[in-house]
Design a protein. Structure first.
Lengths: 247, 188
């Protein structure tokens, strides 16, 4: 075997991907060739240094994946029912792991929102002491089942419900509303003050049925069309040609 | 870095295609670390690796109908990651060009503080890998950090097998030069 042939094979040899016969011939050549042996040592040294490259921990945010897909879909693509289930499951998992994250998905005429709650300060303190990472209560409501009212469920039961009917589950928030509203506003990129204020009102109104009849009635899900309608209703009417107030 | 088992991934992907959100979560948890490490080496120095990984999973989700179980899942996933990293590099090049126009001249030389920090072996290795030309770095990273076979690297990069092997040989040679230039002489 000539030196150049061996040198060409060395990277493959280093990763044990040479067939036995070729590998044996390479090793035989290396045993008698100082130059190729030096190259072989050099390659193995470089590979060993490569293993010392930094190992960073990657944290993929499932809710952010769903949100990104939802935003792409909002820009005109058809919405997959699958994603709705994914967002709810993602928010559940992310909520259980990292806490305080939010997932939003849109389909025509409907906005499905899932987020984890920020615990009350005292509960958070207790949770921090106990686990270092705690999620506030998550409530689940099915919007397609017959007579299925709101029920507080532990995460395990919530996960089971998600698997049974991932497309019809709506997660509701109970706890620090201002936190959830803020996250939702940010997620929907409602930077404009007027639009954001209207959104806040719409958000509060969407939660009223839940407060009024907490034990039996099914809370009204937050719908995209409903939010848009409420936001538009909350805006000052613009009349073409009219002078804006204060102008 | 462990490479997740392909047969389990086939099962998960099959469930994912049928609309099983839990299967997708499992895929994310199995692949976020391998992909993160690979994307970290392939993307530009200022890249937000977590964000790029999210983009990889978004593309996996959107492309799930195109996944063929007859092919290696890891090769398919790394090919998507490679495309995300390439897109990011192109964006960074554009941003750098715009910044150059805006500020006339920007010095690319590392600051003394950076040089001191870079004495760590891991950082030197990382910098040496990043210094490789894109075509060489892609092969090296897919092969070494992605744990793909040479055949799979050829498939992922859409380059002939012989070219992959020769690029790997050149990549290792250039890497050793870079490491030595940066003061790591153990490579030789």
């Amino acid at each position: 075997m000539r030196c150049q042939e061996v040198l060409d094979q060395l990277p493959v040899l280093a990763y044990n991907e040479l067939d036995n016969e070729s590998a044996a011939r390479c090793h035989e050549h290396l045993a008698g060739c100082a130059a190729c042996q030096a190259e072989w040592k050099s390659i193995r040294g470089a590979l060993s240094l490569l293993d010392q490259a930094p190992r960073r921990q990657t944290q993929v945010d499932l809710a952010a994946i769903c949100l990104r897909i939802a935003r792409q879909q909002r820009r005109g693509r058809a919405v997959s029912r699958w994603v709705i289930g994914a967002s709810a499951a993602a928010a559940l998992v992310v909520g259980m792991i990292a806490a305080q994250l939010l997932a939003v998905n849109l389909e025509p005429g409907r906005l499905t929102v899932a987020w984890s709650a920020k615990p009350a300060p005292d509960a958070q303190e207790a949770g921090d002491q106990a686990t270092g990472d705690r999620v506030g209560p998550l409530h689940a409501t099915h919007d397609g089942g017959s007579g299925a009212g709101q029920a507080t469920q532990p995460p395990g039961a919530l996960a089971a419900n998600l698997q049974r009917s991932p497309n019809t589950l709506v997660l509701l928030f109970e706890g620090d509303q201002s936190f959830a509203r803020r996250r939702l506003r940010n997620a929907l990129s409602l930077d404009d003050d007027a639009l954001g204020a209207s959104f806040d009102q719409a958000f509060s109104r969407s939660r009223e049925p839940e407060r009024k009849n907490n034990s039996s009635a099914e809370p009204e899900p937050i719908t995209y069309s409903g939010l848009r309608r409420k936001m538009i209703e909350g805006q000052p009417k613009r009349i073409p040609g009219a002078t804006p107030p204060g102008a | 870095m462990q490479r997740p088992n392909d047969s389990n991934d086939h099962d998960l992907m099959s469930r994912c295609r049928q609309g099983d959100a839990v299967a997708f979560e499992e895929i994310v948890r199995r692949w976020e670390q391998p992909l993160g490490r690979m994307v970290g080496h392939l993307a530009g120095p200022g890249a937000d690796v977590d964000d790029l990984c999210q983009e990889v999973f978004v593309r996996i989700l959107r492309a799930r109908e195109r996944y063929r179980p007859s092919h290696s899942f890891s090769t398919w996933v790394y090919r998507i990651a490679l495309n995300v990293a390439r897109d990011n590099r192109r964006r960074e090049v554009r941003r750098a060009q715009q910044a150059l126009h805006a500020h006339d001249q920007a010095s690319a030389a590392p600051s003394p503080a950076d040089a001191i920090e870079a004495q760590e072996t891991a950082q030197i290795v990382d910098a040496a890998v990043r210094a490789l030309p894109d075509a060489l770095r892609e092969v090296l990273v897919l092969k070494h950090f992605g744990k793909l076979s040479f055949v799979e690297v050829a498939e992922a990069t859409d380059v002939p097998l012989g070219t992959v092997k020769s690029r790997m040989a050149v990549a290792l040679r250039e890497l050793r030069k870079e490491l030595q230039r940066r003061g790591l002489t153990d490579a030789g």
